[in-house]
Each structure stands twice: as C-alpha cells, then as structure tokens.
Design a protein around this ligand. Structure first.
Ligand SMILES: [Zn+2]
Length: 327
C-alpha cells in the first residue's frame, strides 16, 4: 500500500536513482560500512567509510536528508567525489543538523561505465543533544516452548525462526492469523523476510477505510496490518507489504532494476511513470514499486497466475527477490 508520506519518498528516490542507473550490476558496488545502517550518531562531523570496489576510478557519495516538513520526504542534500583509492569521507561542520535523519550511498564510477552503480543505502540519525528519549519497548518474556498450537508458542516461534516480532497494536493477532503467517514465512527465503522486523496488528488506519496494510517510509521494517487486510487476504497483503520493506532495506538496486525493465519515465519532470508491459493487477498500475509488490504477492500466493500472465515479471521475482525459490 502506498501512503501520501511514502509516495513522496518513492518519487524522490526514483527520480534520483532510476533515471541515472542504467546498467545494474550487483557485483560492482561500494557498500557503506560506517556509520552502520540505522545508527544514531553523537557527532555532526562523522567519517563515512565504505567497502573498496576493485574496479573504482572514482567514488561519488550522495546524501539525502529527511525533511521535517514535507511528509518526511528525503531530499537531496549534496554529493562529494572521491578518488578510487579513497574509501572514506569526513563530513564538514555545517553539513548535518542535530536530531535529523539521513540516507547515504556510494556510486562507483569505473573504467567501463561513467554511470556506474550504487551500493546499498544506509540510514543514520544525529542525536548530539537529543530532544526526547525514545521510550524503551518492554520486551515481552518469550515462552520457552515452540508449541505451534498456542498464540504464545507461535509468537515465540515466529520471533525465533524468522526474527520477526508480532506486535498487538489497536487489535490483537489471533491464533489462525499467526498460523497463516508462520506458514507463509516458512516458504520464503531469509533474504526476503529479514527485511521485516515487526508485524503490527491494528484495527483501522486514518489512511483510509480500504487500506489493508501499509509500511511507513520512516520506519521501513515495520508492517501494519488492519482488520480489513487480515480478513481479506492475509498472506497476500503481508507479502505485498513485506516487499516494501525489502525495497527500502538495502534493495534500492533491485527496485531500480525493476523500474528500468518494466517501466519508462516519459516525463522526468513530473515523474509520470508508464509501464512498458501491463502490471499483473489493477493496483500494480499505481507505480513501479506497487507493481513489484503486487508481482511478488502473486509469485508467492498465486504463482501459476503470474507465470501465465507475465513470465518476465515471474523470472525477475524468482531471480532477484526470491533467490530462485519457486512455489
Ligand atoms: Zn503497496
């Protein structure tokens, strides 16, 4: 599902990246090392370091800042070029603000491609003088047994096996829901489910009565599932939303490759994306990320349907999202 808030970040990210990265090569990429992703740093002049890419002629370091006004949209802050022999960059005073969130990534320029390729995207927050303390979530005591016939047993099993915390929000997870989720997670590769850390059950959302689930771009490893979503198509909507977690947690490159293969930006000024071939569902026509989420959903919950409709989308999901696993 797409919210107004995450729509803008999708748009920015894709305007920034999709039009620029034509060859996508996961083999040549300079992934960030430190600050580690999600780190809260106590300095405004950190040193960024990244993994050396043997083919690098130059590195192009990009930084985006989360806007406090515009729906949490990440806007472009600046970039810096470094020689291929350097793998660090000290941020100058006056660049970063306290109590703010940043994204950064490194583009490698090599001998064969001046366009190069981006490594993973990392996120950090500054907190030199924190405005407020984040309340600690009390950790519920997990029952030792992995009894799959009880709610507590399934909660513990999902946490232990998949690293996902099932949260009761404004509604509670029921035994039958947890069974569906457990069985769905059992099928999919760790590369995919590891991008999701929390599945929160809520009754409704102010985003709209028709919203079955959503992911907030500011907290991209937590999926919210409404009563509508749980009752309508629990497995399908969970997989759809988890695809957004996948897209936002270190897989911009895959999402960009998807966009380049299946969509074309007719107008780079207003970002009017046009699909090259029809997305497999009506909702998938919204934008490239929703198309990908819908295709992954079908791949997991209705594989023959996707295979029949669109072999190229099927093969892309198989290769880049599901690690070759087929259902
Ligand atoms: Zn979606």
């Amino acid at each position: 599902m797409i919210t107004r808030k995450n729509f803008f970040i999708y748009l920015t990210v894709f305007l920034l990246f999709a039009s620029m990265i034509i060859p996508f090569s996961p083999l040549e990429a300079a992934d960030p090392i430190s600050p580690s992703s999600g780190e809260v740093i106590k300095t405004l002049t950190p040193e960024l370091t990244w993994k050396a890419d043997p083919g690098a002629v130059k590195y192009d370091i990009w930084m985006l800042k989360k806007s406090k006004k515009m729906f949490g949209l990440y806007t472009f802050l600046g970039r810096s070029i470094r020689e291929g022999t350097e793998t660090k960059l000290k941020i100058k005073t006056g660049t970063l603000e306290d109590n703010s969130d940043y994204l950064w990534m490194v583009r490698t320029v090599n001998k064969t491609s001046v366009i190069g390729s981006f490594g993973k995207t990392f996120r950090f927050s500054t907190a030199v003088n924190p405005i407020h303390q984040t309340p600690e979530n009390p950790t519920p005591t997990q029952p030792a047994s992995g009894d799959l016939n009880t709610i507590d047993g399934l909660l513990a099993a999902i946490k232990a096996k998949f690293g996902i915390t099932m949260e009761n929000g404004t509604a509670d997870w029921a035994l039958s829901n947890l069974r569906v989720i457990y069985n769905t997670l059992l099928k999919i590769p760790a590369k995919f489910y590891r991008c999701t850390k929390y599945l929160q059950r809520i009754s409704t959302t102010s985003l709209g009565a028709g919203v079955g689930g959503y992911v907030n771009s500011g907290d991209p490893s937590r999926v919210y599932m409404t009563t509508l979503g749980v009752n309508y198509d629990l497995a399908g909507i969970i997989v759809h939303e988890m695809t957004h977690c996948f897209q936002f947690n270190g897989n911009y490159g895959v999402a960009t490759a998807w966009t380049n293969q299946f969509w074309t930006a007719r107008n780079s000024y207003n970002g009017q994306w046009q699909p090259i071939s029809a997305p497999p569902t009506e909702y998938g026509k919204t934008n490239p990320l929703e198309d990908m989420a819908e295709s992954v959903k079908l791949y997991v919950t209705n594989a023959s349907n996707l295979k029949y409709q669109d072999m190229q989308r099927y093969n892309f999901v198989k290769q880049y999202v599901m690690n070759g696993v087929e259902f």
